[in-house]
Design a protein. Structure first.
Lengths: 257, 336
């Protein structure tokens, strides 16, 4: 990625390069932002509906995550390319149309090549269209940034979402079913009876809350660590306190500009 | 200093959390002993494990959260005892530990410890276990082997009397009253529960309003809308046994299941029930209506637990609604 980034930077006009410097986006910051600091599922609490519904097994979580990564990256790339063409007043319908196009492609591919997967994910594949993560990234990032950072943002946000799905899916499948990726785990089954609770909606909310709590603890530790070194914990927005209080870095960023 | 919130008048009293909890433990003892008598030594084991793991989890979680130690207020012992009373005797022992962990760590300490839990920890743990292990939690047994048998397979599994009403297997009202039936460890012996409840009421630890409203509402609803209710009753009311038949279902439904245990010992939990008398009546009536609806129209045999937990969640709203007007306040629309 960094190679592409450097190559891209070489073709920029000086004032563009200055603008790039000002916005402080580096590949590392974008990536960390998507995976941890602004993790769409566990920090911004976006896309909760598929998160709670498909995480009953690690397998379906992973496939859902991969579908979201593809749609997010592709739609961010296209939106970023068209950002100067799309009229401001109709930007939301335009974004949705672009997103829907890719979701349709994904759904057709899945139903053609993985019919079993299509059965298990069901309605949640078409529902990616209305997943808040996609619209939020289109609005706050892709419509304002260049193509390569947008692609990187799509990839990292998607990865963050997938990791969150996978974490929840693993916890719920192991505790609720005694299996991991359909593999029978040794201790569960004979000694400990799998807990149905984790396969049901209340278990989903329960695990979701615990995961948010864990990420919050990690962030607090990071913050303490970072304040000791007097660097911004967010890595993106300039003012760390501002960013942490509202929980949405790029939203603040958008306002500042 | 901790601010205590309650409605006026405020009366200074010698009661401490510890003394109240000790009273509750004493009141729970007759029913626990009766449960041990009916279900054998495995019931004793479940009770000990439940209480011990509640205390250990309380200690560990307070330690991890860097709060002061609260084992001595005995609230963890009460939770452990109530939880054990709410479990069937054949439950695998590790499930008891999981239930205790859920009650203390998740329901109680994660929300700030005693006084801040939004639902009764013992009932929440019971519901968690019912949802997590539906089969183990609903296999009720009547002991048939020796009293000293640890083996749960020694017991004969049997449906709770709730599902057996109007069948030939239905136990008599007297059997239900003294506790010779299938059920959870602590809920079977009604007479022992009533002795404990009487002790609590006489010691002014609990007020009788919630149990009275709860059981009363439930009885009236069964009387009016039960399976053999007052409208479709065909018996002969000119003889005494006809009257007995008329009230049979009412008494049967009150005496079976966990209604008495729930109404006197769990619905009256200070933290999760309303403060005002009016609020207590509303709370009890809500519990009664929900229990009736769940028992007659629901598909789970968890009327008492679910109704109490639902009303627990409504408690802050009931309190807000029934809070007394401060003395001397001018009415909103009063003419000046």
């Amino acid at each position: 990625m960094s190679e592409n980034k450097m190559k891209d930077a070489a073709y920029r006009s000086p004032d563009e390069r200055l603008a790039e410097k000002k916005s402080k986006y580096t590949p590392k910051s974008i990536f960390l932002n998507g995976v941890l600091y602004e993790n769409p599922a566990l920090r911004l609490v976006l896309g909760t509906c598929p998160l709670l519904a498909v995480t009953i097994s690690a397998k379906s979580s992973l496939y859902m995550g991969l579908a979201v990564i593809f749609v997010l990256t592709a739609s961010e790339a296209i939106i970023s390319l068209l950002r100067n063409v799309i009229p401001n007043k109709v930007r939301i319908p335009a974004f949705i149309t672009i997103i829907a196009t890719f979701v349709t492609i994904v759904q057709m591919l899945i139903s053609a090549y993985f019919p079993a997967l299509n059965e298990s994910l069901g309605i949640y594949i078409p529902l990616i269209v209305v997943n808040c993560i996609l619209l939020a990234r289109a609005e706050t990032f892709a419509s304002k940034q260049k193509v390569l950072p947008s692609i990187l943002d799509g990839l990292s946000m998607g990865t963050g979402f997938t990791l969150a799905l996978l974490l929840m899916g693993t916890i719920r499948e192991v505790l609720g079913c005694g299996t991991f990726f359909d593999m029978q785990l040794p201790l569960f089954g004979d000694v400990i009876e799998p807990m149905m609770f984790f396969m049901l909606p209340p278990g989903g909310f329960f695990v979701f809350g615990i995961c948010i709590c864990l990420v919050q603890i990690i962030m607090k530790k990071q913050e303490k660590h970072a304040s000791g070194k007097s660097s911004t914990p967010c890595g993106v927005a300039g003012d760390s306190s501002d960013c942490l209080s509202c929980g949405g870095c790029s939203l603040c960023k958008g306002k500042e500009e | 200093m901790k601010l205590q919130v309650s409605h006026s008048p405020h009366v200074r009293d010698k009661a401490t959390t510890q003394s109240i909890m000790l009273d509750v433990i004493i009141a729970l003892l007759p029913a626990t002993l009766a449960g041990w008598y009916y279900f054998g030594i495995r019931a004793v084991l479940i009770t000990i494990i439940s209480v011990a793991s509640c205390i250990i989890f309380e200690y560990i979680s307070r330690r991890v959260m860097k709060r002061n130690n609260t084992i001595t207020d005995l609230s963890a012992v009460v939770t452990g005892l109530l939880l054990a009373m709410n479990l069937p005797v054949s439950l695998p022992l590790y499930m008891v530990v999981i239930g205790a962990c859920f009650a203390i760590v998740v329901v109680k300490q994660m929300f700030g410890g005693l006084g801040n839990n939004f639902v009764n920890p013992a009932i929440a743990a019971r519901i968690f276990l019912v949802i997590a292990f539906p089969k183990a939690m609903t296999s009720w047994t009547v002991r048939s082997g020796s009293w000293f048998s640890f083996d749960s397979t020694d017991a004969v599994s049997s449906a709770t009397p709730l599902t057996k009403i109007n069948t030939s297997e239905a136990p008599s009202l007297w059997k239900l009253f003294i506790g010779d039936k299938a059920g959870c460890i602590g809920e079977v012996c009604i007479i022992a529960l009533l002795i404990g409840a009487l002790y609590l009421i006489l010691r002014h630890v609990i007020r009788p309003w919630i149990p009275a409203a709860y059981i009363g509402t439930f009885a009236i609803l069964v009387f009016l809308f039960g399976k053999t209710n007052v409208f479709n009753f065909t018996g002969d009311l000119t003889v005494l046994s006809g009257w007995g038949d008329l009230f049979h279902e009412c008494c049967y439904m009150i005496l079976s299941g966990g209604l008495i245990l729930g109404a006197f010992f769990m619905a009256t939990d200070y933290v999760t029930s309303p403060l005002t008398t009016k609020g207590k009546f509303i709370f009890g009536m809500g519990c009664g209506i929900l229990t009736f609806l769940i028992r007659y129209y629901g598909n789970m045999a968890e009327g008492v637990s679910f109704s109490i937990i639902l009303m627990n969640i409504l408690t802050p709203h009931i309190d807000e609604w029934t809070m007394g007007k401060p003395f001397g306040e001018v009415k909103e629309n009063a003419k000046v």
